[in-house]
Ligand binder design. Structure first.
Ligand code: FES
Length: 271
């Protein structure tokens, strides 16, 4: 489901008691932003179409069953939306708990520390405790394998898990660390929608899901990747990380520049 087009007649709705009027086709998330209200999110950004995969932006809408994703739900006239009800806050904490339970907890030494949307979202939803012990819930004693990449990293030598996927350092400008990936697909969509390259895809399902560059066994350097950096800019964690940032830390200033590579005119942040 893509981002609704904001082309319709003005629509007035109420979000958390605030009345807001936006063009028809606007998403509930964007309408909330225009009302000055923040809805937690991980898979949505302004630069790629909404996808509705992370489920962190769920809201309640009066008269409607369930808790739809606000990023992919278009506004309707008279809609009454609640973004901070007990129910949605509980759902968000549960979702975040699952993300964190399958993520390395090396924040203090991670290159994205302080610039990590997963870290920010955990604070935003008020996550204070994770009930699931990393690894324990994912170890399959019948096969002797861990069911996620990050578990394998925490639980011993890489050889202990035949499914372990090593970090990909083949690209000279950035690295890819699958253990930190939350499979939000922002990189895949940025590659397609911003650069038009289609070098990335998601392969596998469930714990097997991972971002893949090209055919199985390909690394970034041997794929169709043109090193434009759109995927790195889109990544909310340290999964795709500029090598200069990893080695020297986050720069204290950045400029937006226009790439002259293909003539499309994409703008990128240069640091
Ligand atoms: Fe809406 Fe991820 S931000 S589902």
């Amino acid at each position: 489901m893509g981002t609704p087009a904001r082309t319709g007649a003005p629509v007035t709705l109420t979000i958390d008691g605030f009345e807001v009027t936006v063009p028809g086709g606007t998403s509930v998330m964007r309408a909330a932003a225009e009302a000055g209200l923040s809805v937690p999110k991980l898979c949505a950004t302004d630069s790629v179409e909404a996808f509705g995969s992370c489920r962190l932006c769920v809201v309640e809408i009066e008269g409607r069953r369930g808790t739809p994703a606000s990023c992919t739900t278009p506004v309707t006239e008279g809609m009454k939306v609640h973004t901070q009800s007990d129910k949605v806050q509980k759902i968000r904490r549960g979702v975040m708990e699952l993300y964190i339970s399958d993520h390395p907890l090396d924040c203090l030494t991670c290159a994205a520390n302080g610039d990590c949307e997963l870290q920010d979202a955990a604070g935003e939803v008020g996550l204070r405790d994770v009930r699931y012990t990393p690894g324990e819930n994912h170890y399959d004693p019948t096969t002797g394998h861990y069911r996620s990449q990050s578990d394998a990293r925490w639980r011993g030598p890489e050889e202990a898990n035949p499914r372990y996927i090593p970090k990909d350092d083949s690209n000279p400008y950035f690295s890819y660390d699958p253990s930190k990936c939350i499979v939000c697909s922002r990189c895949v969509r940025a590659c397609e929608e911003v650069q038009g390259t289609f070098a990335l895809t998601i392969e596998g399902r469930g714990f097997e899901s991972r971002v893949s560059a090209g055919m199985a066994g390909d690394d970034f350097l041997s794929s169709d990747c043109v090193s434009c950096g759109a995927c790195v800019q889109a990544c909310p964690t340290a999964t795709l990380q500029e090598k200069s940032v990893a080695e020297m830390g986050t720069p204290n200033r950045s400029v937006v520049t226009t790439c002259a590579y293909c003539g499309v005119g994409c703008s990128f942040k240069a640091e």
